[in-house]
Design a protein around this ligand. Structure first.
Ligand SMILES: Cc1cc2nc3c(=O)[nH]c(=O)nc-3n(C[C@H](O)[C@H](O)[C@H](O)COP(=O)(O)O)c2cc1C
Length: 194
């Protein structure tokens, strides 16, 4: 299967550090790897409604939910490009992930079986000088991948506050050059690794 990367941009501003860093990493992908970029602020999802125990979710056929579902199903690799907001993913990103819960319960989709074995990646900019403050974001993505039976390639972190700052983080730019060529093992919950 040809690899197809879906970049889901979750910053609340355009042309920010997270996207800059994600684009640096994506530049290194071979030309035969397809790329799709979706900015969640340009394609906002309505509030997520939890119907799990009331009625079946219905497959969306139009609008941003359909666009994101189809793009997700078509992707061999999903890249969550979210800035660090309150030590986790942005609300735009979180809402997209909440929609996965609905897709898991949508008859006919087989969302979990379809996504199993595919790869989840993360790219995140943070203002704090200490990268370990992003551990909750990394844990969110790792555990989500583990729940889905997906591979997890880790999170490419970069430091910056105002747009463009991340271009001064030379270590992050160096990591970006090889980020998508790293091993992405099947994700495991921390308690499974003991
Ligand atoms: C709502 C909000 C919450 C934030 N929370 C954090 C945080 O918890 N830790 C941190 O280091 N930076 C935090 N920041 C700073 C951003 O992560 C930083 O400015 C980053 O470069 C933004 O990425 P972007 O340019 O891609 O939007 C926060 C910024 C905003 C707007």
């Amino acid at each position: 299967m040809t690899r197809r990367f879906l970049f889901v941009l979750g910053s609340a501003r355009s042309d920010g550090n997270t996207e800059l860093l994600a684009r640096r990493a994506a530049e290194q992908l071979p030309p035969d790897v397809e790329q799709q970029w979706i900015d969640l602020t340009e394609h906002p999802l309505p509030d997520f409604v939890d119907l799990r125990h009331d009625s079946d979710h219905v497959r969306p056929t139009e609008g941003n939910a359909a666009l994101l579902l189809d793009a997700t199903l078509a992707a061999t690799d999903v890249v969550i490009a979210s800035p660090l907001y309150w030590y986790s993913v942005s609300s735009y990103t979180k809402r997209y992930l909440d929609y996965w819960s609905g897709w898991l319960r949508t008859p006919g989709l087989d969302f979990k079986a379809t996504m199993a074995g595919r790869t989840l990646w993360g790219v995140a900019a943070h203002a704090d000088e200490e990268p370990s403050v992003a551990d909750p974001l990394i844990g969110t993505l790792n555990n989500s991948a583990a729940y889905m039976g997906m591979r997890f390639g880790g999170v490419l972190l970069g430091n910056g506050s105002k747009p463009g700052d991340v271009l001064g983080d030379s270590e992050a730019l160096a990591r970006a050059k090889t980020f998508f060529s790293r091993e992405a093992p099947l994700a495991r919950f921390p308690h499974e690794e003991r």
